[in-house]
Write a protein that binds this ligand. Structure first.
Ligand SMILES: NC(=O)c1ccc[n+]([C@@H]2O[C@H](COP(=O)([O-])OP(=O)(O)OC[C@H]3O[C@@H](n4cnc5c(N)ncnc54)[C@H](OP(=O)(O)O)[C@@H]3O)[C@@H](O)[C@H]2O)c1
Length: 284
């Protein structure tokens, strides 16, 4: 199939690579075009619009609401010139409000939209281990699912827009808050001179076992590869709080975790692996 990818950052590049290996043709655009050329076999096109025109379906894998707005919605004239019925699916983690806007604006231009956020990062994509959440009209979501199975171990249809985007924020909030809590626990322990290794050994016998075994060593390793930036975790937490508040949710733990992440971003750790929040809380 001809697949368009708009956004060749950490995640977009990995998904493009794996879909190529699965036998698809890849047509790509990135603000910094060199990143598309790094993926051998991907065709570099000169605009997002050219990507949509050349592809059976196009995925956006961009940083945030602002990036999606800038690329897809800034020039609505261009949107309305695209072939009727073209499908654009969004993988980027965005707010449910932006997702609803995309559905509305693409609909006005007679294009079709689906949500396709994922749990898991570049390594998971390359090893077909993502968990894909799909949202939108069922028949379009089913079509997107047939492609996302090439990078995923599980694919779930969540429902109408924006449920998949909202659920993605629910899970990221849980993970990022849990990782931040490891940092707080270690910080408390260290104030009584209890070593991280002892905390880890005891944790391995408790319900916290999996979260500690997955994140503690990575968080303490200053050289762990930054496949998911800390600044993106801060962004996701802010989106979760903002979106939840409008719906009446009370999320003090997530708000507290956000404070820690944003403080780490301000101290210059934005482009580090997000588990660096643990070292940040330990003052390392
Ligand atoms: N990495 C993960 O493990 C992971 C997992 C699940 C979900 N996600 C989500 O997937 C999305 C992409 O993540 P990532 O890790 O690939 O991020 P990334 O490495 O920081 O890449 C961000 C991408 O967005 C583009 N971009 C940013 N602002 C733009 C703008 N104003 N106009 C045009 N392009 C713009 C960047 O272009 P340039 O290359 O030109 O800067 C790049 O292609 C995010 O929403 C993230 O939360 C990531």
């Amino acid at each position: 199939m001809k697949i368009g990818i708009i956004g060749f950052g950490n995640l977009g590049s990995a998904i493009a690579q794996k879909l190529l290996e699965e036998g698809h043709e890849i047509f790509g655009w990135n603000r910094t075009p060199e990143k598309v050329s790094k993926i051998k076999g991907a065709r570099v096109l000169s605009s997002p619009w050219e990507v949509v025109r050349s592809s059976d379906v196009t995925f956006t894998i961009l940083s945030d609401d602002e990036a999606v707005e800038e690329v897809l919605l800034k020039d609505k004239e261009k949107l309305s010139e695209l072939p009727e019925g073209s499908i654009i699916a969004n993988i980027s983690t965005i707010t449910p409000y932006m997702s609803m806007r995309l559905e509305r604006e693409l609909g006005k231009a007679k294009l079709r939209y689906a949500e396709s956020p994922v749990l898991g990062g570049p390594q998971a994509a390359l090893s077909k281990n993502l968990i894909s959440l799909l949202g939108g009209k069922k028949e379009i979501a089913d079509f997107i699912a047939s492609i996302m199975r090439g990078v995923s171990r599980e694919v779930f249809y969540i429902g109408e827009v924006p449920k998949a985007s909202a659920l993605k924020l629910v899970f990221n909030s849980g993970t990022f808050t849990a990782v931040e809590l490891i940092g707080e626990m270690l910080s408390l322990a260290s104030s009584w001179n209890i070593d991280a290794e002892i905390v880890k050994n005891v944790a391995s016998k408790t319900v916290l076992s999996q979260i500690f075994s997955t994140y503690l060593d990575r968080g303490l390793d200053p050289n762990f590869p930054p496949y998911f930036y800390l600044e993106l975790a801060a962004k996701d937490l802010s989106y979760a709080i903002y979106s939840g508040r409008k719906g009446g949710s009370f999320t003090p733990a997530i708000a507290g975790a956000y404070e820690a992440y944003i403080s780490a971003v301000k101290s210059g750790l934005g482009k580090r692996y997000y588990g660096a929040i643990i070292r940040y809380l330990l003052g390392k």
